[in-house]
Design a protein around this ligand. Structure first.
Ligand SMILES: Nc1ncnc2c1ncn2[C@@H]1O[C@H](COP(=O)(O)OP(=O)(O)OP(=O)(O)O)[C@@H](O)[C@H]1O
Ligand SMILES: [Mg+2]
Ligand SMILES: [Zn+2]
Length: 255
């Protein structure tokens, strides 16, 4: 702020004081000093508008992030954990996940990230880290759930007023990224159309160019048997694979 003049009475129709000044960015301007505006000296109106716009934009971003956070349903327990890299194989899966995130960032294409491995090998942890980054860095919507949770949510529509199976399928198709944990745990025996719904959903996302993460304790060779050929075939297209072939990393409880 330079060359701030002293307040002069405003001579026009309205009876506000005005001040002249020069902004290094926007040049000379006249500021109206509304008695109730809290302003008593010259300011650059353009700078003030820009600052306000930035504030509004930041508030909007915060609001969007909290909406995305709420919709993602990321398990609380992974919020403060980081997937540590101690071996070459772990480095490779981390890089693979980064490559998958780059595919998501590029947008508009089907891609499948398949994480397979034994219990406690950090599959869910790594997928949650990816989900976090997709929300925070790409500003995209994510939903995490087990495959069984998703099926249960869709089936709940049958007995919930105002909800329909179609609406639920549309919802699960609409997320920019869907993380399906324990995808191998779906069984037709547990609920008649579970596999059908999984197939329908994966097919809809495939057709809509919406990527998925599929997590399985079964090795890739056996996955088709658990998810069905049609789901498996789609998971093979534009697929990135993380094989967590190391020992259980779950911390032992102190006792
Ligand atoms: N690379 C790692 N770095 C740090 N902690 C790890 C790592 N891998 C596993 N862990 C620890 O093990 C715990 C279990 O990991 P996680 O739940 O992701 O395993 P999982 O492969 O999904 O197992 P499951 O198949 O039983 O679901 C994590 O909460 C974390 O404490
Ligand atoms: Mg898990
Ligand atoms: Zn200015």
């Amino acid at each position: 702020m330079e060359e701030v003049s002293s307040l002069t009475p405003f001579k026009a129709v309205i009876n506000w004081p005005q001040a002249e000044g020069v902004c290094p960015t926007h040049g000379p301007s006249t500021a109206l000093l509304h008695p109730r505006s809290g302003r008593s000296e010259w300011y650059c109106g353009d700078c003030a508008l820009e600052a306000k716009a930035k504030e509004v934009e930041e508030a909007r971003k915060r609001e969007r992030k909290s909406t995305l956070d709420a919709a993602a349903c990321l398990p609380e327990r992974y919020a403060n954990e980081r997937f540590e890299v101690a071996t070459a194989a772990q480095k490779e899966v981390r890089l693979t996940v980064r490559a998958f995130r780059d595919l998501i960032a590029a947008g508009g294409q089907w891609a499948a990230l398949v994480l397979v491995g034994g219990t406690g090998t950090g599959k869910t942890l790594l997928a949650c880290e990816l989900a976090r980054s997709v929300i925070d860095n790409l500003g995209l919507s994510v939903r995490y759930c087990t495959a069984n949770q998703m099926i249960a949510e869709i089936q709940a529509a049958y007995s919930t007023e105002g909800k329909t199976e179609e609406g639920e399928l549309l919802r699960f198709t609409s997320y920019d990224l869907l993380v399906l944990d324990e995808v191998d745990a779906i069984r037709d025996s547990q609920s008649g159309n579970a596999k059908l719904l999984l197939t329908e959903l994966v097919n809809r996302r495939y057709n809509a160019h919406k990527p998925v993460v599929a997590i399985s304790n079964q090795p890739l060779e056996k996955l088709a048997k658990f998810v069905g050929d049609r789901v498996f075939s789609r998971l093979q297209e534009n697929r990135l694979l993380c094989v967590h072939d190391w020992a259980d990393q779950r911390p032992l409880s102190a006792s």
